[in-house]
Design a protein around this ligand. Structure first.
Ligand code: MIC
Ligand code: SF4
Length: 640
């Protein structure tokens, strides 16, 4: 039987298990990346493993999230990551060099290779035919040490692209249309492969916009074939030598099929507050706009920025609008500066921000109260911008730039002829903000500022458990709900005890205090619990607060893996109707939990006087980790 692209790469990297859908497989990982907001934990865990030099082909540590530096904390984190990187064979991309996914695509990614990153948008690499996954920090630490990365063997989904994008319609509209079709839960447990005649009409940056936002589908990853466009992109980056051709076999079998007629698409927007709440721009009407933000790992390439510059050229941003521009990388900014496009952007009245995540993660630029903000980003979860009642719309760079000029949400097709943007034959290459690992690692001293606190470790699972329901949530709880980011809190990513005071703060501000009072307990959730960011803090902090289990209707993939890594039981209601009967502060007990988990049996739950069953759907390896109180404990035990 023929194979899909993903199956070919999986097969070439399979080190454990069988490629049978749903069964756990272990993969050899060629490359890793970290960013600073998750990186400190990943490197503390890597250090705890006692391995000298990374055992990957390439590992890169990026500084792109916490670049505000409004106190010593972020700078301390950067120093720590920079020194750990130098010592252990990791390349270090300094603050200002750009957003991890954009820089990785430009300078390190390679078709046919595997990549895991401690960031949920790592699948951006699928734009050049890489099999790239978002993962928790501990999984990245293990991969840096040469260990396998484990996932349940995903289903294969094909999205066939036909036709060609019309003027003013862009890659963002393609992925918004896929989100409209599949929803934020639709990709869970699946790899999305793009195919069809339409593929060759899309450049690498456009493909990367699409694979990037596959994270919002909940997909395991997304991937494009590696073809002539991929080769041209890599050659223009002086990296033509890493190109290989990749395509699926004609008789490859897919579990699900979708299609998008590129010619029929029109400008779309995801309405507040979910990326799958998609409508046509022209149908939303002319709402007033207070802010437009262009950038993020989704839409910050040279190609995107040139489109924006040409829309802004010779015009002025509307007096009531604040327009921010964050180019994705130093390379992009450098090229805009050299060809004059940056001058057009500045002259129009845009605010130029650093090449970093910036407003996408609430690092500055929070909108005004109830402000309407159009963003080319990938997530519009309530409160993520830093303003709880802001209305965030996700749009293409074309829509954002056109609206910034008009002051109202604008369909760019009303602007007339579209400027022609061509991909450069050669990108400006200057890697002087990437620091190579040391030649004399033994002499490098790892620098730990006072903000770097040890991470919590779980305890072995006891025979039974008794506690309280300390929280009950609705469906689609994101890791931003569990632990908000933003300028005020991101500096404490290396300080779990402090960060713990903010757990679920926007859902139930009493949660941290309640946990402390009850000595922890069980969180009860709805469907798709833990979607969004890969931040393992969303497991480490509950662990610190004494949470022993999360009992919900279903989990998002990365968060479930993070819970297991921390030794928190991921349980799902065997009968979802039992969810309705559970109340906050109910007594809850798991009378035979250790034995049941050990035997792979359903877990008996006694809650509010009722007895029912929950499933603990984990692999044997994960079972071992849960019994030991987390993956690090388990690895230590297994090594003895
Ligand atoms: C995000 O977009 O939410 C982040 C910030 O990049 C996260 C990682 C984090 O929380 O540090 C992600 O997507 O994984
Ligand atoms: Fe950074 Fe935003 Fe991309 Fe996350 S989604 S990596 S915060 S730019």
């Amino acid at each position: 039987m023929g194979m899909t692209i993903a199956q070919k790469i999986l097969k070439a990297h399979l080190v454990d298990g069988e490629m049978v859908q749903g069964q756990e497989i272990g993969l050899k990982i060629d490359q890793t990346l970290t960013q600073d907001a998750t990186g400190t934990m990943a490197y503390l865990q890597f250090e705890a493993m006692g391995i000298d030099q990374v055992r990957t082909e390439r590992s890169v540590a990026y500084i792109d999230h916490n670049t505000l530096q409004s106190g010593f904390e972020n700078a301390d984190d950067h120093k720590y990551i920079g020194s750990v990187a130098k010592k252990h064979g990791i390349y270090y991309s300094k603050a200002g060099n750009g957003i991890c996914h954009q820089v990785h695509l430009e300078r390190f990614g390679a078709p046919g290779k595997t990549l895991i990153g401690s960031d949920s948008h790592t699948p951006t690499g699928g734009g050049i035919g890489m099999l790239a996954f978002g993962a928790g920090g501990l999984d990245v630490a293990v991969a840096m040490g040469g260990g396998a990365y484990y996932i349940p063997m995903p289903k294969m989904v094909r999205v066939t692209l036909t036709g060609k994008l019309s003027p003013w319609v862009s890659a963002k509209d393609v992925i918004l249309d896929v989100l409209r079709q599949m929803s934020v839960k639709g990709g869970v447990g699946k790899i999305i492969e793009y195919a069809g005649e339409g593929v060759k009409t899309l450049s690498v940056p456009e493909r990367a916009t699409i694979t990037n936002m596959g994270a919002e589908l909940g997909a395991t990853t997304s991937i494009f074939p590696s073809d002539e466009a991929t080769r041209r992109f890599l050659e223009a980056q002086d990296r033509g030598d890493v190109w290989v051709e990749l395509s699926s076999d004609p008789d490859a079998v897919y579990d699900e099929e979708y299609s998008v007629d590129l010619s029929a698409l029109e400008p779309l927007a995801a309405m507040p507050h979910m990326p799958d709440n998609v409508k046509k721009v022209r149908e939303i009407g002319t709402i007033r706009v207070n802010q437009c933000c262009i950038g993020s790992c989704t839409n910050s390439s040279y190609y995107d920025m040139m489109k924006v510059a040409s829309i802004l050229k010779g015009k002025t941003v509307h007096p009531d609008v604040s327009l921010t521009i964050s180019p994705g990388s130093k390379q992009v900014l450098d090229m805009l500066a050299q060809n004059g496009a940056l001058a057009d952007i500045i002259a129009a009245g845009a605010r130029i921000l650093e090449c970093a995540c910036g407003p996408c993660i609430g690092m500055g630029q929070s909108p005004e109260s109830a402000g309407v903000s159009l963003r080319t980003f990938n997530r519009n979860f309530e409160g993520r911008s830093g303003t709880q009642d802001a209305q965030i719309y996700l749009v293409s760079p074309e829509v954002a730039a056109a609206s910034a000029l008009a002051g109202v949400l604008t369909d760019p097709r009303t602007l007339g002829g579209m400027p022609e943007i061509t991909m450069p034959e050669h990108f400006v290459i200057n890697d002087n903000m990437i620091v190579k690992p040391a030649g004399n690692p033994a002499e490098v001293e790892v620098v730990r500022g006072p903000n770097i606190k040890p991470f919590p470790l779980g305890k072995a699972l006891e025979a039974s458990y008794k506690g309280k329901v300390v929280l009950k949530t609705e469906d689609n709880i994101t890791t931003d709900h569990i632990l908000p980011a933003g300028a005020k809190l991101l500096p404490y990513r290396s300080n779990v005890p402090y960060y713990a005071n903010y757990c679920f703060i926007n859902v139930d501000p009493a949660f941290p205090a309640r946990c402390k009072e009850q000595g922890g307990g069980v969180i009860v959730g709805g469907a798709n619990y833990g979607q969004g960011s890969s931040r393992e803090h969303a497991a480490l902090v509950p662990l610190y607060l004494g949470v022993k289990a999360v009992l919900c209707k279903s989990f998002a993939r990365i968060h479930k893996a993070n819970l297991v890594n921390s030794g928190i039981l991921p349980l799902t209601f065997a009968d979802p109707a039992d969810y309705d009967a559970v109340k906050l502060l109910d007594d809850i007990s798991l009378p035979n939990v250790r034995e049941e988990v050990e035997n792979g049996a359903q877990v008996t739950v006694v809650c509010g006087g009722r007895t029912f069953k929950a499933d603990c759907e984990v692999s044997d390896r994960q079972r071992g980790a849960l019994l030991a109180g987390g993956t690090l404990n388990y690895a230590r035990q297994s090594a003895q």
